[in-house]
Design a protein around this ligand. Structure first.
Ligand SMILES: NC(=O)c1ccc[n+]([C@@H]2O[C@H](COP(=O)([O-])OP(=O)(O)OC[C@H]3O[C@@H](n4cnc5c(N)ncnc54)[C@H](O)[C@@H]3O)[C@@H](O)[C@H]2O)c1
Length: 442
């Protein structure tokens, strides 16, 4: 064993000793540094829950880090998604790193429990409706977590993630969440300057995710209603939370980061205007929301899925000493109030932030360090997006406390292929959707 490896193992064991006795003096046994991988030459075992596009990507990024990582279990609602993901991952990394025999490929609604049990670190990448339950199980079983945004689709889900986030902190489990702008250099560099006061107090802003929309999985003959909604999950709120939650949470989170707080209320407008087919479920195709912060700052948010219209995904903010522009294309700019450029960032060749998330998470885990506690702030940014949806669906002003305490629970009472989701189509196959001014949604 190299000196560096033996040093790492010593650090992990030391970490185990100090992290086993945690706040309040409670002893946590079986935490992930209990020697599982330390005894086995430093192999970090990961499990993938939700083996779709992003899940496969996240597993790629974890396996591409420089640490000794093996994928040991996969879970998905559908077997064909596991097969496709497994094939792509073995092609790239081989069966030594993708060490998932048949009996470690778990299928169905309970598959997450079996896969989580196998690993030191779990990647939670199903549709967001399931995230609260998957996250709770992962932390209950003392696993470090990478999970994708958003982290819930309704307020009971958010409250659950907030409670689990506390538990993860108490157990010193690293949790990274896939709001990758937080791991992107141009954002980090600019936010440092904003927080140092370069732009003064931020009094207003505009955040956008305007695009042509995403995939549709049309109904197939022989599918139960549950299977259809699960395959076409984007269009059902219990699974997705609408695109203001699923995509626009990225930009909304940047607003909360810049403000270093969360809005106290929201009001807005939105509709199903162009995307109204039977396979488009219940979600809107446009939302415009005004988020109000405690200091009176107003952030205008806009997200749209209309083919053939302007694509725009970025953020702008105005402060008492200057203004700022940020974009995921690695650029950022700060001007003073006279229009002079104070900072111009063009990060050509910057690392891919999706990769940075995993590089930083696994570096901490490899060293036995506790460094990441993303879940609480992402739960609050997800709550902000859900509050935006409450505002556009109701057409009313919505207060943060009312949104957070909403008892509306979108999840089905039973999860099985022949159970019924709460939202069902009418005789013509159309789904009910929110009517502003009429629907009670909070
Ligand atoms: N950070 C980013 O930029 C980014 C980009 C894309 C997607 N995402 C997020 O990643 C998540 C997944 O999105 P995707 O594009 O990969 O979707 P996807 O449909 O390709 O994959 C989701 C997978 O989860 C599986 N699944 C559904 N319910 C499950 C359950 N109960 N247990 C286990 N598996 C289940 C599905 O069958 C599917 O294979 C979403 O939360 C999405 O918002 C983030």
């Amino acid at each position: 064993m190299s000196t560096k490896n033996s040093e790492n193992l010593k650090q992990r064991r030391a970490f185990l000793k100090t992290s086993a006795i945690i706040a309040g003096g409670t002893l946590i046994s079986n935490i992930p540094f209990s020697g599982v991988y330390a005894e086995e030459g430093g192999v970090i075992k990961i499990a993938l829950i939700g083996c779709g596009n992003r899940g496969t990507g996240a597993a790629f990024q974890a396996l591409a880090t420089k640490y000794n990582i093996k994928l040991v279990a996969m879970a998905d609602a559908f077997r064909d998604r596991i097969d496709k993901s497994y094939e792509a991952l073995t092609q790239k990394f081989g069966k030594d790193k993708v060490d998932v025999p048949e009996d470690k490929k778990f299928v169905g609604f309970d598959s997450y429990k079996h896969a989580i049990a196998e690993a030191d670190v779990v990647l939670l990448v199903s549709p967001p409706g399931f995230r609260p339950v998957h996250f709770e199980e992962a932390v209950r079983k003392n696993k470090h977590v990478f999970m994708e945004k958003p982290v819930a689709t309704d307020s009971p889900g958010i409250r659950s993630v907030l409670a689990t986030a506390e538990e993860a902190k108490r157990k010193k489990l690293n949790v990274v969440v896939g709001l990758q702008r937080r791991y992107q250099k141009n954002y980090r560099e600019t936010l440092k300057r904003i927080q140092d006061g370069v732009a003064g107090d931020i009094v207003s802003g505009q955040v956008y995710w305007n695009s042509g929309g995403v995939w549709v999985n049309p109904r197939q003959s022989g599918q139960t209603e549950m299977e259809y909604q699960m395959r076409n999950w984007y269009y059902f709120n219990w699974l997705c939370g609408d695109h203001i939650n699923e995509q626009h949470v990225h930009n909304i989170d940047v607003a909360n980061w810049v403000k270093n707080s969360y809005p106290v209320s929201a009001q807005g407008t939105g509709s199903r205007f162009l995307r109204t087919g039977k396979d488009h479920g219940e979600i809107f195709d446009n939302h415009t929301v005004e988020f109000i912060y405690a200091d009176g700052a107003v952030i205008q948010s806009q997200c749209r899925h209309h083919e053939g219209t302007l694509n725009r995904v970025d953020e702008s903010f105005q402060g008492t000493k200057g203004r700022v522009y940020l974009s995921a294309n690695n650029s950022a700019k700060l001007w003073d109030t006279k229009g002079n450029v104070m900072f111009n960032y063009a990060g050509k060749g910057d690392p891919n932030p999706y990769q940075t998330e995993h590089d930083e998470l696994f570096a901490a885990i490899d060293k036995g360090e506790y460094k990441f506690a993303d879940a609480e702030r992402v739960a609050k940014s997800t709550m902000t997006a859900i509050m935006g949806r409450f505002a556009t669906y109701s057409g009313k002003e919505v207060k943060w406390e009312d949104a957070l305490n909403s008892q509306v629970n979108l999840m089905p009472d039973t999860l099985s292929w022949d159970a019924m989701p709460k939202i069902l189509p009418d005789a013509d196959g159309n789904y009910p959707y929110a009517i502003p001014g009429k629907s009670k949604v909070v």
